[in-house]
Design a protein around this ligand. Structure first.
Ligand code: AHR
Length: 517
């Protein structure tokens, strides 16, 4: 039995080696196989004797033979839903299906389907001990990427967003061994509790130490931390984020912030390990490998077998992050199996898809230059560091790195309407340009519908005939405007001082420029 699983595993490793030279895509089977079967991470876990019992991804198939749906979206215009599947078996998400289904409206992700065949799908998390619910659903357009050149969307978890399955099949319970990995956006995190993926309580309550075993990513220091300022990959074992053997500081857990981050956790009887690496290149480093914490309750463990994404075990939902794919296994995967999975991940070809060309394409970075002459043509729209207001100020090549970053925006598909746009700060991840009382602010996306509306603008031909204007989606007579060097949404005549008709057309017209940072 052991011998045959080693043989199977060797075959899988050969498959990895055989395809390392291929430029793109998933791994293929070893030479000599009559059909070019692709291999996904779950084929490698199966070959290692630790099969996946949950496999979630919005970007690609996690088995070479998988050809079912990846996720489901629901659109705002009529509440209709659509499953988003693959371009081909074992391949990549059919993002164009989402684009056309959601055109002219907004969409949220309602289901992350389990590819393992166990039926462990993730849906909207219910209320829990720490916070009411149901949680928000992720906007389907907020995390655009490419995988091997194919457009796809990740799961963008704003605070308040969460997915869960409290009635699973085949997930480890008690002290049973399991493994898991996830690919996160290493630049999107916060210190709220708790951006998790993994095993949690089946009643959404904190039922005590050792009742969870989930990957955590962020810079929360309430229970544990590693070297540097974070973010860190840690293990959420309930009532504690563990960066090493015990709660508190563990120097071996490094700050990790690669754009695409592989995070791995495994745990069995009096043994657990935390590993991680860059999901685009290189191998895995081991951050911890050893005994269970010595605090009461963690040895043996009391895992309950629910699955969470984006929240803590008790539905603590103050964290943010982005998830692209992840799996949970039955059994404790070997380091060799995990290394093969990491090779598969780096070969998959994740990319941010950012063009950086100064175009209004979701994912690209831009700066917005004012057009009103003579006052303001060297001024760019930026957020203030002293408060959360949005202003215009002179920006040029001599400006400080902070000023340049403050004047740089990442274009996102509109949070409330995917045919329009939203603008995320380049240096304040998760914070968007939004109006409030018709003044513009930089504010954290809380996932709520009202925020999405206030943060969505539809580009139109510039009101002055120059450049582009940005029309508020919920107040269509109003456009992004600067007035006395401060930014507003303003109509051409109205009750607020910034609705003044003088220079309104020029003040609401902007040049989409190369990003300052
Ligand atoms: O262990 C950290 C957090 O503590 C858990 O995710 C949550 O259930 C509890 O509040």
């Amino acid at each position: 039995m052991i011998g045959s699983s080693i043989r199977r595993f060797r075959r899988a490793l050969l498959a990895v080696g055989a395809t390392a030279a291929l430029s793109a895509g998933l791994l293929t089977a070893a030479a000599g196989t009559s059909q070019a079967a692709t291999q996904g991470p779950c084929d490698l876990y199966r070959a290692g004797g630790t099969p996946c019992v949950a496999a979630h991804s919005t970007t690609r198939a996690l088995y070479g033979a998988y050809n079912g749906p990846l996720y489901q979206v629901r659109r705002a215009s009529d509440n209709a839903t659509r499953d988003i599947g693959l371009l081909s078996a074992g391949g990549y998400a059919d993002a164009a299906a989402q684009d056309s289904f959601c055109a002219g409206t907004s969409c949220v992700i309602t289901v992350l389907y389990d590819q393992s065949g166990k039926g462990n799908h993730l849906t909207q998390a219910p209320a829990g001990g720490a916070a009411g619910g149901p949680d928000n659903l992720a906007n389907a357009f907020e995390a655009p990427v490419t995988v091997a050149g194919h457009k796809a969307y990740g799961v963008y978890v704003a605070p308040g967003t969460g997915y869960r399955n409290n009635n699973t099949n085949g997930i480890a319970t008690g002290d049973q061994p399991e493994g898991m990995y996830a690919i996160f956006d290493g630049t999107h995190f916060n210190d709220g509790c708790c951006f998790d993926y993994g095993n949690a309580e089946t009643n959404s309550l904190d039922t005590g130490n050792g009742h969870m075993e989930a990957l955590y990513f962020g810079n929360n220091k309430a229970w544990g931390s590693g070297s540097g300022n974070g973010p860190w990959v840690m293990a959420d074992l309930e009532n504690g984020l563990f960066s090493g053997v015990n709660r508190g500081f563990n120097a071996n857990d490094p700050s990790v912030n690669s754009r695409f981050l592989t995070a791995m956790l495994k745990g069995g009887p009096n043994q657990w390990a935390l590993r991680g690496g860059d999901a685009r290149s290189g191998g895995l480093a081991t951050f911890y490998n050893g005994a269970r914490p010595n605090a009461t309750g963690y040895n043996p463990m009391h895992k309950e077998g629910a699955i969470i994404l984006g929240i803590g075990g008790d539905n603590s939902k103050w964290a943010q992050g982005t998830f692209y794919e992840g799996v949970m296994t039955q059994g404790y995967p070997s380091d060799a199996t995990e290394n093969a999975v990491q090779a598969n991940i780096t070969a998959a070809g994740y990319d941010s898809g950012s063009t950086g060309t100064g175009t209004l394409t979701p994912g690209s970075r831009i700066s917005l230059r004012a057009t009103t002459a003579p006052c303001c043509t060297s001024h760019y729209l930026r957020h203030d560091d002293a408060d959360n207001k949005v202003v215009i100020s002179t920006t040029n090549s001599s400006s400080s790195a902070t000023d340049k970053a403050d004047a740089t925006w990442i274009v996102r598909a509109g949070l409330a309407n995917s045919s329009c746009l939203s603008f995320e700060s380049a240096d304040k991840s998760g914070q968007f340009l939004r109006h409030y009382n018709y003044e513009l602010y930089l504010d954290t996306d809380n996932g709520a519908g009202a925020f999405a509306q206030d943060a969505t603008f539809c580009p139109t031909t510039g009101n002055s005939g120059v450049g582009t204007s940005f029309q508020s989606v919920n107040f269509p007579t109003k456009y992004i405007r600067h007035y006395n060097y401060t930014a507003y949404t303003a109509s051409n005549g109205g009750t607020n001082s910034w609705d003044s008709g003088t220079s309104w057309a020029a003040d609401t017209s902007w040049l989409v420029a190369q990003p300052w940072s």
